[in-house]
Design a protein around this ligand. Sequence first.
Ligand code: ADP
Length: 479
Amino acid sequence: MNKKMYINGDWIESISGKRQKIQDPADSSIVGSVPEGNKKDVSKAINAASDAFKSWSEMTALKRGELLRKAYDILINRTDELAKILTMEQGKPLSEAEGEIKAASGFLHWYSEEAKRIYGETIPSSDPNKRLMVIKQPVGVVAAITPWNFPASMITRKIAPALAAGCTVVIKPANYTPLTAIALFEIFEEAGFPPGVVNLVIGKGKEVGDEFVTNQKVKKISFTGSTKVGKHLFRESSNQVKRISMELGGHAPFLVFEDANIEEAIEASIISKFRNAGQTCICSNRIYVQDSIIETFTKKLAERVSKMKIGHGIESGVEIGPLIDEQALETSQDHVEDAIKKGAQLICGGKKPEVEWLNGNFYEPTILSNVNDSMKVTYEETFGPIAPLISFSTEEEVLQKANDINYGLAAYAFTNDLGRSYRIAEGLEYGIVGMNDPLPATPQAPFGGWKESGMGQEGGHYGIEPFVEIKYISFKLNR
Ligand code: ADP
């Protein structure tokens, strides 16, 4: 799979001619190669997006929506093909990859319809000779940077609302997963977006990012990735007061109360914790279980987790694929060793699987009990298949612990008590709360973090807001 970048409607090599190889994280085999762009390639893509902006923003919303709908139709028909590419370069089990492609197409579908609903407002005036009006207009060229853990849905979650709003886009996918991005752009080309409306550049994060934040033609940065890089982009964007929205790291608490349905809470914790081998920004990082049920919960969870099938994501029945790279493996190992050193008990997992043919970045799904606040797992993002269990006795205590962190992306709670549900849902200082629900993310709802987990929302009608400017117009009438 030797692929190219997509700029101004053409598939092109980088100006320097440099290319980079893409590896399968399950066995380190080479699955393809792509160009490695630099500042000049990025500037070329930004110029193309800037040139295309006028005619694209002047096109009717109806027509823009139709093109998004066409892209949806093509993508949904190619779910299997794209899911395989995704699993090959990213590692997640094929069934999860299929789920991601469906979610990715869901954003195209939802915003194909929302394009025509970007309404303004008229405001009653206190002056009888004035008429006041508010309209929303596209912000301009959008530069978007996406991560490797959801290589398809993070792209459409940004591109679809941006295009619906009338913006043109330059995307930089993560360097581990450009092949999925390229497959998506083949679909955008087939759908018939005019040249320059969507552009794909591939290159080193810092080099591409520096051009994005300094180029005056870029009016908006949309970023999903680590808090560290997000803060850097935020600082750099401030020089031009560039619009920026960011979805950054998380450290989700997962609360299980004694009145919850334990079986359901266990299944939910498995989905929330071990999906994508724990490499999602909304996956649970701290599992708080009420002291009266923690023994039963731990036993049942361990029975289920120790049977999880590890392997190459393409094989059927695999639930745990590889981690993205060696660094990720080292973080998981370090967090487990640190917790054990400080008194945690290892219930299962805690090492690389002892199977010779599993020579990729695999780590066994792991449960730790007796976890306390001094351990790294409770305050650093692990991004691996590690489930730390912490006991609590009261609602107040667990709420205080759950909120005592600088992250605020997603939180989960399991209870069948209605009053408690409301108290907990309202008390959690997080942008997303799953009440008895381990999978709250969906195209029609807002997704975004509080505190250092980000700013701005993606999804639903909220997802349009980062891509429009508000304009207030006052009409003075001649009498
Ligand atoms: P992670 O790899 O943990 O998801 P990163 O923030 O390192 O998070 O990467 C997310 C995206 O940001 C990737 O596309 C990566 O290439 C890009 N990136 C990394 N460093 C920078 C930077 N200095 N400026 C802009 N983008 C960057």
